[in-house]
Write a protein that binds this ligand. Structure first.
Ligand SMILES: *[C@@H]1O[C@H](CO)[C@@H](O)[C@H](O)[C@H]1NC(C)=O
Length: 372
């Protein structure tokens, strides 16, 4: 390839290189900043139940339903890894749901949750159409991006509800989402900068040269030090077991998605947020990220005319703690929720099933929708 054409470095005059205009962070330099922040926070609180503008609230609390108990059959354990099924009431406060992974329950299950990869890779069959109870709903469960979701065409016309990370799914549950700081998530505090010797970290387990993120890394590392961890780089040092603990030692974290698709924003971003590092993101558009977090909370690769300009911006931020803080101050009002794979997904699916019992849904154009 051409080394990732869209990341090719362009020459720019020094001023714009040193002071690129990331679209939002510095846009409000006056005292109005606090007022604006306050108003925005108030709007979140009052109007939107703490979710960000335009993002449907994943687990909006419903008034208690009087619908009868429902049974949800978990057709396969995702990726063949068998785990105990949770007690939805005890664990997630979800009432009236029975989960089972016993296929002998098929004929009496109100819903069947089908994880895409397991039926698409041919290791498991779809549930049988023969003997499918008329009121039964099949729920399509998938957390891979379209680039890693093969054989969608085989599933057309079979499903009733979708459950994915996409906000326009029938059942929306993202990899992570912000809540008000008292909203039950992990509180995000303004991180202390003192203990961060590192500049930029990247953890990558699946290195594929043709991916945009690898081209981006090659370019970025020409200008600044990027410490690479994971299967493709150093192993994560002893005692720093988790990605989050590792990233706490860095100012910036490369949250580069393996492919770029609508709403496909994974734990890579949320690991950085939890660690108090500023995420540098490569994924869907800036607008799309702004549905999930405040505009100044991340640095988007598209904010800059070149990778070199981005690199220089990161260096400038490191030299100027007050400016860096502009990317972190938002945190104090928020908490982070990260739904637990897969138990929370099961219970959330079951809750949606119970809510919709007696109604008919049909998923049309699964492929066209998911790939859009
Ligand atoms: C579920 O989807 C199937 C296939 O599209 C459809 O025939 C059936 O009527 C739907 N059932 C419900 C309960 O929505």
């Amino acid at each position: 390839g051409d080394g990732g054409g869209r990341w090719r470095v362009m020459s720019k005059d020094t001023h714009s290189v040193l002071f690129p205009t990331p679209r939002r962070p510095d846009s409000c330099k006056c005292d109005c900043h606090f007022l604006t922040a306050g108003l925005v926070a108030a709007a979140f609180l009052v109007l939107l139940g703490f979710s960000l503008p335009h993002l449907p609230e994943p687990l909006a609390l419903e008034p208690a339903t009087t619908a009868p108990e429902v049974t949800l059959l978990i057709w396969t354990h995702p990726f063949g890894r068998k785990r105990p099924l949770p007690d939805c009431l005890a664990r997630y406060g979800v009432d009236g749901c029975v989960l089972t992974d016993d296929r002998f329950e098929y004929a009496r299950a109100d819903g069947v949750l089908v994880h895409h990869r397991d039926v698409a890779a041919g290791t498991a069959e779809l549930p049988p159409e023969v003997g499918r109870p008329s009121g039964q709903k099949w729920i399509w469960l998938n957390y891979e991006s379209p680039s890693h979701t093969p054989d969608l065409w085989r599933l057309e016309g079979r499903f009733n509800l979708t459950m994915t990370y996409r906000a326009d799914s029938d059942i929306f549950l993202p990899y992570g989402y912000l809540v008000h700081k008292h909203g039950g998530g992990q509180p995000l505090s303004e991180p202390s900068r003192t203990s961060r010797p590192g500049l930029v970290a990247w953890v990558v387990s699946n290195w594929v040269d043709s991916q945009a993120r690898v081209a981006f890394y090659y370019q970025l590392s020409q200008y600044i030090q990027v410490d690479v961890f994971g299967r493709a780089g150093h192993s994560i040092p002893e005692g720093l077991g988790s990605v989050v603990r590792l990233v706490k030692h860095y100012h910036f974290y490369l949250a580069l998605e393996n492919s770029q698709h609508t709403d496909y924003i994974t734990e890579k971003l949320w690991n950085a947020v939890l660690a108090g590092a500023v995420p540098v993101v490569l994924g869907p558009t800036r607008k799309n990220y702004e549905r999930f977090l405040p505009p100044e909370a991340f640095i988007h690769v598209d904010d800059f005319p070149s990778v070199k300009a981005l690199a220089l911006y990161l260096l400038a931020l490191r030299r100027d703690p007050a400016r860096l803080l502009g990317h972190l101050r938002w945190r104090t009002g928020f908490g982070l929720r990260q739904p637990a794979f897969w138990g929370e997904h099961y219970c959330t699916a079951c809750r949606a099933l119970r809510k919709n019992i007696g109604r008919t849904h049909v998923v049309r154009d699964l492929t066209r929708w998911f790939e859009s």
